[in-house]
Design a protein around this ligand. Sequence first.
Ligand code: RNT
Ligand code: ZN
Length: 409
Amino acid sequence: MYSYAKEAYKKFGVDTERALELLKRTPVSVHCWQGDDVVGFDCREALSGGIQTTGRYPGRATTPEELMADLDKAFSLIPGKKKLNLHASYAIFDGEPVGRDAIEPRHFAKWVEFAGERDLGIDFNPTFFAHPMAKDNLTLSSPDAAVRRYWIAHGKACLRIAEYFARETGEPCVINFWIPDGYKDLPADRIGPRRRFMESLDEILSVPYDRSSVYVTLESKVFGIGLESYTVGSAEFCLSYADSRGITPLMDNGHYHPTETVSDKISALLLFHPRIALHLTRAVRWDSDHVVLLDDETKEIMKEVVRCGALDRVFLATDYFDASINRVSALVTGVRSVQKALLYALLEPGERMKALQDRGETTELMVVGEELKTAPFGAVWQEYLCREGVPEDYLREIKAYEKEVLKTR
Ligand code: RNT
Ligand code: ZN
């Protein structure tokens, strides 16, 4: 099957071996929070901040041991290079718990050990939601100075933990700042909260940190549930902040108006930023955070990353949470979909298609694009799984794990 596919792609002028090599090397940061419906281990408050999980599928991980076991199962079924993406709420307290303003590297030592044994880098996220100090869904932009101080301390604490991850794993740590702050109804003051957010971020980032191993990203959003009228960290705010402060912008493809596409934004940002970051998700009618599938927009996003020659300038991470299906399967399906989309993009005759565009041969361009859709892509993906020693039929393994482990919880 593979040798047939190799020949078929050769006719398009595509080298499948080179595509497989690039695919294998490109890391995808796997979000831990699909495993437990974004609950975490620190204070286990109800989820807030305008994000929500729906569903009651059995087997949710409720302890660090369970989450680590589930991640292990998922990792064993995902090919290629992976990173572990943690939220601060996944701190592991042995004994006295501390507030988020006072967390330290030692509260993540077990995660470092977990990552070390599996040769994984770690990415990180301060957690500005599902916490009593996230008062009325306001954190770094709150008018209450005490609230802001608490979250500024959290941000600074997280920067130190990110440095610790980078140092211990020997791999750079991407630390993503996202705050839920916003208002349900029309605000009377839009600039005030944004000014406070800007000043709070400036204070957090005034802490010296190693810029060669810690990449700070800032994620924008258009709205959240219950925060429909105004979002402090809007696209314009975040992009301008990232640009002016020399940090990395992060685009979540659920965070734009429904007819806007992240695939079209990538090239624009890459012209002005040395690096960009992506949260890959699937927005169904709104920012619903469904599991990523091999759909048109995911393919288009990966095509843009490849066409821009930016595989080493774009941080790829998954971000979704579905509690209505097997959570391990959700992880595997979503991350594999990202990787499949990347392979699909790598199997495009990029130079040839660009030349057709530049020569105005749009008829030919359309036909080549359509022919590619029925090229033997599946055989190349299967070859990859086989080389990586990962089973193609992961559902069988997941069902067995569900029976033996998840159902006993
Ligand atoms: C929320 C953002 C954010 C979160 C995670 C849990 O809309 O997408 O990235 O999903 O931090
Ligand atoms: Zn996100």
